[in-house]
Design a binder for this molecule. Structure first.
Ligand SMILES: *Cc1c(COP(=O)(O)O)cnc(C)c1O
Length: 397
């Protein structure tokens, strides 16, 4: 590998494996070695790798029509928007190619709402410490974390960062120029932290009392990941605007933002658009993916496996009190907060042919395909157990 210099912009630091094929929760590298995939492209491959029903949807569409742009109606968009709105708080949907574009649209929708109401001064978006909303300028400013912002020029006006989980502090930041609060119901990159229902309820009340909007970023927590279609559905609290992506395409790049009719009132003809978003290929896959996700037995499976996984991870905490601080997250988006750099355990797991992720706050992150079986989840936990034990043995030696 070191022979030739790579021409890829060096913003990533991948390990040496090159993956060439996948099936279900398993993925093979170019040497023929087989790995159990417990990160799924970071909560993207909800149905595992190359699920036959999505391969069929994609290839059938590929033989018919790829792209027309949004200057013409895309039938698959109409169908998928009907489904998303039928089952959620939302009335209208805009399709994007990625999570950060969905966030960008959500932020624009919130500001435009106030402008349409005669309050163009209401521009402030309040985000939270440890949040991640993507890499566009709007998204990095909404998260407010310096690791994403440093060196990219002055921070945009109209973005405020609040401490995580403190409603009283949020109250202090609210004023006549507040446009919206944006929050992930389960923080992904920030450490796989599930926001308490009580906090979401508090934010909803603040928004209602003060006439601003509530935006949920469900790019990572949505699409069945926590055992409900959208994570916020556990809390009973609904947002005015929501951004989704990652799992909704089951591996095909697509996302969306959706809103109530009221919140979207400023988004009229010509004020927003995209060339590729919602193209026929994405919509063929997105519709098939959503039909599968919305089968009651599918989410039942997620909840059953998630319960087992949660208990098994708790037992790891009991077995390794010197390394494991807490089990975090929800459903099949779980974290193991460690006392050491989780990358050390991640590497050990790769040696054991199990792929996991990491997140902020020293968290080892699990986001397996939602179709993972109990036996496969058990296999992953056994491998983590062995990796933690190996670390202890080395540290003690
Ligand atoms: C991944 C992610 C994004 C950004 O999505 P991209 O498709 O990478 O642009 C935004 N918000 C959350 C919560 C995410 O996890």
């Amino acid at each position: 590998m070191s022979a030739a210099e790579s021409h890829i912009l060096p913003v990533y630091s991948p390990p040496e494996q090159v993956f060439v094929r996948g099936e279900g929760c398993w993925i093979w590298d170019d040497k023929g070695d087989k790995y159990l995939d417990c990160i799924a492209g970071i909560a993207v491959n909800a149905f595992g790798h190359a699920p036959p029903f999505l391969v069929k949807a994609l290839t059938e569409q590929a033989g018919k029509l790829w792209h027309t742009s949004n200057m013409f109606k895309v039938k698959g968009q109409e169908e998928l928007a009907d489904k998303y709105t039928r089952d959620s708080f939302a009335d209208v949907v805009f399709f994007t190619n990625s999570g950060t574009e969905a966030i960008e649209g959500a932020l624009k929708t919130a500001r435009k709402y106030h402008s349409a109401n005669g309050h163009p001064e209401r521009i402030d978006i309040i985000g939270f410490q440890g949040s991640f909303h993507g890499r566009s300028y709007g998204a990095i400013n909404a998260s407010g974390n310096s690791s994403y912002l440093d060196g990219f020029g002055p921070r945009l006006p109209g973005f405020i960062q609040a401490p995580y989980g403190d409603l009283e502090e949020v109250k202090k930041l609210i004023g006549p120029t507040t446009a919206a609060i944006i929050i992930e119901p389960v923080q992904g990159e920030g450490g796989v932290r599930a926001v308490p229902d009580e906090f979401l309820r508090g934010l909803r009340k603040l928004a209602d009392d003060n006439g601003f909007l509530l935006i949920f970023d469900e790019v990572q927590s949505g699409a069945g990941r926590t055992g409900k279609m959208w994570a916020h559905q556990w809390s009973g609290v609904t947002p005015d605007i929501m951004a989704v992506a990652k799992g909704v395409g089951g591996g095909f790049p697509m996302g969306a933002f959706m809103a109530t009719k009221e919140a979207a009132k400023g988004m009229v003809r010509g004020v927003h658009g995209t060339t590729f978003g919602g193209n026929p290929l994405a919509m063929a896959v997105g519709n098939a993916a959503y039909d599968e996700l919305s089968k009651p037995e599918f989410l039942e499976h997620v909840n059953t496996v998630a319960n087992h996984l949660g208990q098994a991870l708790e037992s790891l905490k009991d077995r390794h009190p010197d390394l494991v601080v807490a089990v975090t997250g929800k459903g099949l988006l779980r974290g193991l907060k460690l006392k050491i750099d989780p990358k050390q355990i991640q590497a050990k797991l790769r040696d054991r042919k199990v792929l996991v992720g990491v997140a902020g706050d020293n968290v080892l992150r699990l986001a397996p395909p939602l179709v993972i079986s109990e036996a496969e989840a058990r296999q992953a936990v056994d491998a983590i157990d062995a990796a933690l034990a190996a670390h202890m043995a080395e540290a003690g030696a």
